[in-house]
Ligand binder design. Structure first.
Ligand SMILES: *[C@@H]1O[C@H](CO)[C@@H](O)[C@H](O)[C@H]1NC(C)=O
Length: 324
C-alpha cells in the first residue's frame, strides 16, 4: 500500500460506518441526538441519586456508577465518530488511536465487572433479603465499585503494554469508526496471528467470565422469584428480564467480536455500535427510568424547582455531596 517499507505510521485512516455522503449526514444527525440523550440522561441520573437522600443505598449508588461509566464509555468513541461523519478524510493519530483502545477497554472492562456487582446486589436483595443490610453494607459496596475499576484498569493496561510495542509500518486503514484491538493488531507488520489470538483471549476471558457470573446470578434470582410467586414476583420478573436484555445487548457483541473465531468486518463494525452507543443509551432507560423510586425522586426534584423555596436547600445539598 503506502510504500510498505519501514516508515513508521503516525496516523491511521478510519473507514467509518459507510461510504455514502447522504447516509453519513443522516447518521450524523441521528448519532448527535443519541449522544446528547446519553450524556443528559446519564447526568440526570447521577445528579438525582447523589442529591436525593432517599436514594442513598447500595443499589442506587451502583446505578449512579453505571450511568457515570456509560457516559464515559460512549464519550470515548462517539464524538469522534460524529464529527468524522462530516469529514472527507477520517484520520486518527497514533496516540489518539492508542488512547481509544486504552479507555474503551478500561471503561468497558470496568463496566462488565460493575454489572456483575449489580447482579450480585440484586441476588442478595432477592434471595437473602434478611441478611441484605449486613452483606451489602455501604462500605462493601464502595469496595466492590473500586474493584471493578481496578479490574478494568489491569485489563486495559495489560493489553496496552503489548500493543504499543508492535511495529506499524504498512497499511493503515481501519475498517471501523474507532480503533479497536483486533483491527489494529492486524495492521502490525509482523506475523501477528498468534498475538491476535492472545489479545482476543484477554478480552474474551473478561467478557465470558462476567457473562457466566451474570447468568448464574440471574438464574438464582429467577428461581427464587418463581418460588415465592405471591410477593411481587411479576414485578421482579419484569425487572430481571429488562436487565437480562441489556446484558445480552452489551455482552453479545463483545463476545462475538473477541471470541468468535471467524470475524466478518462489517458485522463487527455494526456490532461495536451496540456496546459503544446503544447500551449507554438503554441502560438509564432500563435500569433507572422504569424504577418507581427513581420516578418519585424525579417528581421531588421537579417540585423543588417549581416551588422555588427549596431550590436553595437543594443547591446546598448538591454542593455538600461534592465537597464531602
Ligand atoms: C459510586 O459508588 C460509590 C460507593 O458505593 C458512591 O459513593 C459514589 O457516589 C458512586 N459514584 C457515582 C458517580 O455515582
Amino acid at each position: 500500500m503506502d510504500g510498505g517499507n519501514q516508515s513508521i505510521v503516525s496516523e491511521f485512516v478510519l473507514l467509518g460506518l459507510c461510504q455514502s455522503w447522504n447516509v453519513q449526514v443522516l447518521l450524523f444527525m441521528v448519532f448527535l441526538m443519541v449522544y446528547l440523550i446519553i450524556v443528559s440522561g446519564n447526568t440526570v441520573i447521577v445528579v438525582l441519586i447523589i442529591t436525593d437522600s432517599h436514594l442513598h443505598s447500595p443499589m442506587y449508588f451502583l446505578l449512579a456508577n453505571l450511568s457515570f461509566v456509560d457516559m464515559w464509555l460512549s464519550s470515548v468513541t462517539t464524538p469522534k465518530m460524529i464529527t468524522d461523519f462530516l469529514r472527507e478524510s477520517k484520520t486518527i493519530s497514533f496516540g489518539g488511536c492508542m488512547c481509544q483502545i486504552l479507555f474503551v477497554h478500561f471503561i468497558a472492562g470496568g463496566e462488565m465487572v460493575l454489572l456483575v456487582v449489580m447482579a450480585y446486589d440484586r441476588y442478595v436483595a432477592i434471595c437473602k433479603p434478611l441478611h441484605y443490610s449486613s452483606i451489602m453494607s455501604l462500605q462493601k459496596c464502595t469496595g466492590l465499585v473500586l474493584a471493578s475499576w481496578i479490574a478494568g484498569f489491569v485489563h486495559a493496561v495489560s493489553q496496552m503494554a503489548v500493543i504499543v510495542q508492535l511495529p506499524f509500518c504498512g497499511p493503515r486503514e481501519i475498517d471501523s469508526f474507532f480503533c479497536d484491538i483486533p483491527l489494529v493488531v492486524r495492521l502490525a507488520c509482523m506475523e501477528s496471528s498468534n498475538l491476535e489470538i492472545l489479545m482476543n483471549v484477554d478480552s474474551g476471558v473478561v467478557a465470558v467470565t462476567c457473562f457466566i457470573l451474570l447468568l448464574i446470578s440471574y438464574t438464582y434470582i429467577l428461581l427464587t422469584v418463581r418460588q415465592n410467586s405471591k410477593t411481587g414476583a411479576s414485578k421482579a420478573l419484569s425487572t430481571c428480564t429488562a436487565h437480562i436484555t441489556v446484558v445480552v445487548l452489551f455482552f453479545g457483541p463483545c463476545i462475538f467480536i473477541y471470541v468468535w473465531p471467524l470475524s466478518i468486518t462489517w458485522v463487527d463494525k455494526f456490532l461495536s455500535v451496540f456496546y459503544s452507543v446503544i447500551t449507554p443509551l438503554l441502560n438509564p432507560a432500563i435500569y433507572t427510568l422504569r424504577n418507581k423510586e427513581m420516578k418519585s425522586a424525579m417528581k421531588r426534584f421537579r417540585n423543588y424547582d417549581s416551588k422555588g423555596n427549596n431550590v436553595q436547600k437543594f443547591h446546598e445539598r448538591f454542593i455538600n455531596t461534592w465537597t464531602l
